[in-house]
Design a protein around this ligand. Structure first.
Ligand code: ADP
Length: 492
């Protein structure tokens, strides 16, 4: 038997250790699926202070280990946790950069993630583990493909490692000044230049570096891989992405079917499955109780669990919120945190529609599950959506998605047509409040037809959005990256 494929995944977030959004879900679930398929897969994360050493039974595998940074060395400790069965997870421990309350949002984020990436590579030799593929995710890891093609290219330990760069969200690019090149030890190579992207001559864009240097690039749905080639979705990097079009792929995320399972979910009031859908209503009643809304099974309950960011379509929702509440008999529950502006807007709605609208401006994994299990409809009117997990989780829990037809939402949700009976949700095309409102009205209308609604629920719950198929596609992608890398390596 040949050696298993060896893959190191670098990611800033991973369930169950640290999460702000879908990136954590993906890094939590994909490696487990890869391990089941025989890949030797390991993950490396920064150890933020919220990641508890005792709880995850971490052991020190490299103590006081010097990592080059700027023109000095920064000392880190490498910890290992085996809390995720079959997937060793390494942590970069360094008080100065990671002993903080949050994950991102600090003035020295550039330095923090450069140190994390450099330590993640530098630990490999002393650990005696030489991956075939470095799987990098989002801007936090964009420097890695850059290093492999520059400062590490003559080092036989690293030279054969292929790089895969996954774009989970092109909007967050990691923009820094020249100084970060010095911190990363690549100032002699200077800024990236692109004739159609003038900005790159004055700024270090870590996302752009990942795209430029990786052996292959992918996004988290096929549709988004196409969309980002256009100025509308390309976040100014579309010319660079078009140059690398033959290396750009799309693989739809899955969801973790062990974690996201209404039949075993420990957070919800009553477990259920597709054959016991009648039991589901108890979750709706429990959610109404918890949210302080009238407890009534017949009123359609619209749920949302989301980062409160422009991307997620909150401006559209705010624009049609009064119409929705004035013209339709619905209840609305939102769980989310993010932009202060939307905190204020939705607090005001909660006040205006007290007793019909409940707002939870916090991050709460348990309440999220209660909303998936207790809502009738799940709203995601995103402006853009690289993949989106909420709509897949809601399908699995029997809450019918109302989405804008974009990115991964377009790849997973087809609009319900009452004439043919086809479709698994409600979707609208244009980014426009009237179209969103119309989609909500259509959902509320169809909700009145109990049998139709049951059919929609069953369809969603029986569909397969697990990682099985997508993990195989990642293995193909890794192999493709190795092949591209070999060709390039042979050519020099
Ligand atoms: P994104 O990655 O853009 O934030 P996704 O739909 O891909 O959006 O993934 C969001 C994930 O984060 C889902 O698992 C969702 O349930 C979860 N989530 C988002 N906001 C919250 C919150 N306030 N509390 C708990 N879970 C949340």
């Amino acid at each position: 038997m040949s050696d298993p494929l060896k893959v190191l995944i670098l990611s800033a977030e991973m369930v169950p250790f640290a999460k702000t959004g879908g990136l954590a879900d993906v890094t939590g679930a994909l490696p487990k699926a890869l391990a089941r398929l025989g890949v030797d897969v390991r993950v490396v994360l920064p150890r933020y202070s919220r990641v508890d050493r005792e709880r995850f039974k971490m052991t020190e595998v490299l103590s006081s280990f010097p990592v080059p940074m700027d023109d000095v060395f920064e000392t880190v400790t490498i910890l290992r946790s085996d809390a995720v069965p079959g997937v060793p997870v390494y942590f970069i421990d360094n008080d100065k950069f990671f002993n903080r309350e949050g994950i991102y949002g600090y003035p020295d984020d550039g330095e923090r993630f450069i140190l994390y990436c450099r330590a993640a590579l530098e630990m490999l030799r002393p650990l005696g583990w030489q991956p075939d593929v470095l799987h990098c995710n989002d801007w936090h890891t964009g420097i890695v493909p850059n290093w492999i093609k520059t400062i590490y290219k003559n080092d036989p330990f690293f030279a054969r490692m292929a790089t895969v760069f996954t774009i989970h969200n092109l909007q967050y690019q990691g923009l820094f000044g020249w100084r970060i090149l010095e911190v990363a030890g690549i100032e002699e190579y200077g800024f990236l230049h692109h004739p159609q992207i003038g900005e790159l001559a004055d700024v270090v864009d870590l996302m752009a570096r990942g795209i430029h240097f990786a052996d292959v690039i992918n996004t988290v749905s096929e549709r988004y891989a196409q969309e980002i080639l256009t100025p509308e979705y390309g976040e100014k990097l579309d010319p660079l992405l078009r140059d690398r079009k033959d290396r750009l792929f799309g693989i739809l995320n899955g969801i973790d079917y062990d974690e996201m399972n209404p039949a075993t979910d420990r957070y919800i009031a009553r477990t259920y499955d597709v054959d016991h859908l009648d039991q589901r209503v108890e979750n709706k009643l429990a959610l109404q109780r918890e949210a302080g809304l009238p407890v009534d099974a017949s009123i359609p309950l619209i749920g949302m669990v989301s980062r409160l960011a422009d991307q997620k379509g909150f401006d559209l929702l705010a624009a049609c919120f009064d119409a929705m509440m004035d013209c339709l008999e619905v209840q609305f529950v939102l769980l989310g945190t993010g932009d202060q502006h939307y905190h204020n807007v939705f607090n005001e709605f909660a006040r205006r529609y007290a007793g019909r609208v409940a707002i939870f401006l916090t991050f709460n994994a348990a309440l999220a599950q209660k909303i998936y299990a207790g809502s009738d409809m799940f709203l995601m009117p995103s402006r853009f959506e690289p993949c989106g997990l909420g709509q897949m989780i809601s399908l699995r829990y029997g809450s019918i998605p109302i989405v804008r037809h974009t990115g991964g939402l377009a790849d997973t949700i087809t609009d319900f047509d009452p004439r043919t009976g086809e479709g698994n949700g409600f979707s609208f095309q244009r980014y426009n409040q009237i179209d969103l409102y119309t989609a909500i009205v259509r959902a509320v209308e169809n909700y009145k037809y109990t049998e139709t609604w049951r059919t929609l629920q069953r369809r969603g719950m029986q569909a397969d959005y697990s990682w099985n198929a997508s993990a195989r596609k990642y293995i193909d992608l890794y192999q493709r990256a190795c092949e591209f890398h070999r060709q390039e390596f042979a050519a020099v």
